[in-house]
Design a protein around this ligand. Structure first.
Ligand code: S3P
Length: 177
């Protein structure tokens, strides 16, 4: 078996991919604690994410995001739900891989678009941003998400089905090490 510190399940994917929902489900199924990186940033910074973006801009948020990721002492495995932009910094990849298996929750643009419509609290997907801009951000990130250890499709699938696929994928990897 792998060291327990490498058994963390790291969920990545675009905004609206369902990382938090699936994270909660996986945490219930495995008994591992759920850490939501956005919530950790809010806790560490004492401010909401839109407030961080408004006061200091995206680059400060990215620094805090990397700081929160590197603050995780995963000597016990956790389920980690990340924010959609975590894949943009190379050092985040090293930090995520140090923790465990990185899983891309893949969804087609139409699925994401529908899930994001009317969403609040996401500075990079606010109602005043054009759909073309958000889609272009997604397109830029897709090749980065695809660097994950496992890719799991989520379109037209329920959370139970996706959770089972994630767990069988990680179990296969754990038994191989
Ligand atoms: C972001 C996604 C958000 C949050 C922040 C930036 C992004 O998380 O981290 O608003 O750059 O895609 P979710 O993916 O959970 O919405």
């Amino acid at each position: 078996m792998c060291k327990s510190s490498e058994q963390t399940i790291v969920l990545i994917g675009f905004m609206g991919a369902g990382k938090s929902t699936l994270g909660r489900k996986l945490a219930r199924m495995t008994g591992m604690p759920l850490v939501d990186l956005d919530s950790l940033i809010v806790e560490q910074q004492g401010r909401a994410i839109p407030d961080i973006f408004a006061a200091e801009g995206e680059s400060a948020f990215r620094r805090y995001e990397t700081g929160a990721l590197s603050s995780l002492q995963a000597d016990a495995p956790i389920v980690l739900a990340t924010g959609g932009g975590i894949v943009g910094r190379q050092e985040n990849w090293q930090l995520m891989r140090r923790l465990g298996t990185v899983i891309y929750l893949r969804a087609q643009w139409e699925t994401l678009r529908a899930r994001l419509s009317g969403s609040t609290g996401r500075p990079l997907a606010t109602a005043d941003r054009s759909e073309a801009d958000i889609k272009s951000l997604w397109q830029q990130r897709v090749p980065l998400y695809e660097q994950a250890d496992l890719i799991v499709d989520t379109d037209d699938r329920g959370v139970d089905e996706v959770a089972h696929e994630v767990l069988s994928g990680v179990l296969e990897r754990w038994t191989a090490c």
